[in-house]
Design a protein around this ligand. Structure first.
Ligand code: KIV
Length: 270
């Protein structure tokens, strides 16, 4: 490893990690407190995902979240982070209408969040806007496979690229994204064998979520791996804590203490 352990992670670090087979760790965060914990724990990258729409706002899809809301979350995370590479999702509707709108939204998001990079969903059909954003000096992460902003087109959140035609398109899309200047690509919920093939076919890091182990890094929604989602546990999530139950237990104990008159105690007041 050429950089210091605590040196800021950059797009160059990502490229170096792919070359050296050093796996990239990425988790989502949407607020200052969580981002600071993840950064201090040494995660390589923090994704301010538009999954904030589901996880923070409780919407059934990622479609409702706005540019202003993504900027609010992105800026809070960027303020907390010293080392990790901060990537913010461009929300649905901010880049699909064309190059001009996409570049304006990207510039605004970078200025107002001070994040390091943006993520954009979509394949060859998004190349004009992606390359214009890259040419404007903004590092872009691509996102292929299950792209949640297209959930209504797909008709659900099922496994993508199961058939040969969709798998072939995904491989061509990954090469096109690399050629357009994306410095990394997220592959979501596709067969592990296909993801491994793509990781071998492009020079940029492939970050998988539900895409098997033979890729260059992994991303999970922070709340999922911490077990905050209650019964929601997709097959590809490894749950490292059960914070849902731990928080509920703490809240029950707090309520019991307040109602029983044992909180605050003599040392907890002025
Ligand atoms: O919005 C998000 O959290 C994402 C990850 C699931 C990759 O895009």
């Amino acid at each position: 490893m050429s950089e210091k352990k605590d040196a800021k992670v950059t797009t160059a670090t990502f490229a170096r990690m792919k070359r050296e087979g050093d796996k990239i760790t990425m988790l989502t965060a949407y607020d200052y407190t969580m981002a600071r914990i993840l950064d201090e724990a040494g995660v390589d990258s923090i994704l301010v995902g538009d999954s904030a729409s589901n996880v923070v706002a409780g919407w059934p899809t990622t479609l409702p979240i706005t540019i202003d809301q993504m900027i609010y979350h992105g800026a809070a995370v960027a303020r907390a982070v010293r080392r990790a590479l901060v990537v913010v999702d461009m929300p649905f509707g901010s880049y699909q209408s064309g190059v001009r709108d996409g570049v304006a939204a990207a510039a605004r998001m970078m200025k107002e969040t001070l994040a390091d990079a943006l993520k954009i969903e979509g394949g060859q059909e998004m190349i004009p806007v992606m390359s214009a954003i890259v040419n404007a000096g903004v590092p872009v992460v691509g996102h292929l496979g299950l792209t949640p902003q297209s959930v209504n087109k797909f008709g659900g959140y099922g496994l993508r690229a199961k058939d040969e035609a969709e798998a072939a398109k995904l491989r061509a899309d990954a090469k096109a994204l690399e050629a357009a200047g994306c410095f990394a690509i997220v592959l979501e919920k596709i067969p592990a064998s296909l993801a491994a093939m793509v990781a071998g076919e492009v020079a940029v890091p492939i970050i998988g979520i539900g895409a098997g182990a033979e890729v260059d890094g992994q991303v999970l929604v922070g709340q999922d791996m911490l077990g905050m989602g209650g019964m929601f546990r997709p097959k590809f999530v490894r749950q490292y804590l059960n914070l849902h139950d731990e928080i509920a237990d703490a809240v029950r104990r707090y309520s019991a203490d307040v109602k029983g008159g044992t909180f605050p105690g003599p040392d907890e007041q002025y």
